[in-house]
Write a protein that binds this ligand. Structure first.
Ligand SMILES: [Zn+2]
Ligand SMILES: [Zn+2]
Length: 352
């Protein structure tokens, strides 16, 4: 089976990009769409051709096969067979969305953007500033967002000046205002810079202050850094969802930090002063005589800062009493002697 030159059908060269293919297809499909050309058999045939061309060229495998073998199905194509797969074209609405406003005429605020931002423990403790390259859209500088290009307004090419479109067939035929000219029947040519969309892709470097004490799950709003608005609408906002990386040593609960504090049997019994790590280095903590395993010792104000305040949480040391492993006879003797001097039964306190 011989295939038409799909590139020629879309008016493209062989090295056209995916974006070129999409644009060329949208343009031709708008021109030949059956809804816009009721009863026009030529337009219907052309619409089918460009749909097939787009179907082939937008599929990387079919396109490769076509480039290499002249057949989208590849070298072992069935004689007389059609290219596999159905049309994967755009719907009527897709063809007009983002073109001249898609039928809605009022100003429309831009969409919000959402990003996840991972913050290290240290940065969450101290606060930091980060600069992010944000892919967004900005209002077209050439047409100031109207989507209209220079030149006089002529009869709208979408509705041929009628101001409305007819959709459906026979009994189910319905009329709707033309989305391109919004019913006026006249329209300017699309802006050459934004192809009528009114906004262009841009990359913005956005600097964000991360407050000291920021918590996992915090949502920071950067006003006006979402997508550009349409037809004079304001831009959307950028939302940053903060993920704070955990620390291997400190467990964070709100503004308090928990740290495990292993102490010896002797330190627990007699009391001691020991070093404990803090987010800033270390501090000395006093272990009172007779401290039990599981006790919580608190260092006030040595936890995380509370975001947007001057307060700080506490550092809480959770005591773990480490039982010594006694191997030598002399130590065993001493422990037995110690036990006989202190004949208390800890189970007494719990059970009686
Ligand atoms: Zn129109
Ligand atoms: Zn423009």
């Amino acid at each position: 089976m011989s295939h038409p030159d799909y590139y020629k059908l879309l008016g493209l060269s062989r090295n056209a990009s995916d974006e070129d293919i999409k644009k060329a297809y949208r343009k031709l499909a708008r021109k030949y769409h059956p809804d816009l050309n009721p009863g026009n058999k030529d337009a219907e045939a052309r619409f089918k051709e460009v749909s097939v061309a787009h179907d082939v060229l937008s599929d990387p495998e079919k396109r490769r096969n076509f480039d290499q073998f002249g057949d989208p199905a590849g070298p072992q194509a069935f004689p007389g067979g059609a290219p596999p797969g159905g049309f994967q074209g755009f719907s009527f609405e897709d063809l007009f969305s983002g073109f001249g406003g898609g039928g809605r005429s009022g100003p429309e605020r831009g969409e919000d953007l959402q990003h996840t931002l991972r913050v290290g423990f240290r940065d969450a403790f101290q606060g930091t500033r980060v600069t992010l390259a944000i892919q967004r859209t900005e209002t077209c500088r050439l047409c100031h967002g109207s989507g209209e290009g220079p030149g006089p307004k002529g009869a709208c090419s979408t509705c041929q000046g009628r101001g409305h479109l007819e959709r459906g067939l026979g009994f189910f035929k319905s009329r709707q205002p033309c989305p391109q000219c919004q019913g006026s029947g006249r329209s300017a040519p699309p802006c050459p810079d934004c192809q009528g969309r009114g906004r262009n892709p841009s990359t913005d470097n956005v600097t964000v202050a991360i407050p000291a004490g920021v918590e996992d799950g915090t949502r920071l709003r950067v006003a006006g850094k979402g997508e550009a608005g349409r037809r004079g609408g304001g831009p959307g906002d950028l939302f940053l969802h903060i993920q704070v990386e955990p620390h291997p040593r400190f467990e964070r609960r709100g503004a308090n930090l928990y740290v495990k504090l292993p102490i010896t049997f002797t330190e627990a019994a007699l009391g001691a002063k020991v070093e404990v790590p803090t987010p800033e280095g270390q501090s000395t903590i006093k272990i009172p005589p007779g401290t039990q395993g599981g006790s919580k010792l608190r260092l006030k104000g040595q936890g995380m800062p509370v975001a947007k305040s001057t307060q700080r949480g506490d550092l809480i040391a959770e005591v773990q009493v480490v039982t010594p492993e006694i191997r030598d006879e002399r130590s065993k003797e001493l422990l037995r002697e110690l036990a006989s001097l202190n004949p208390e039964d800890p189970r007494d306190k719990v059970w009686r």
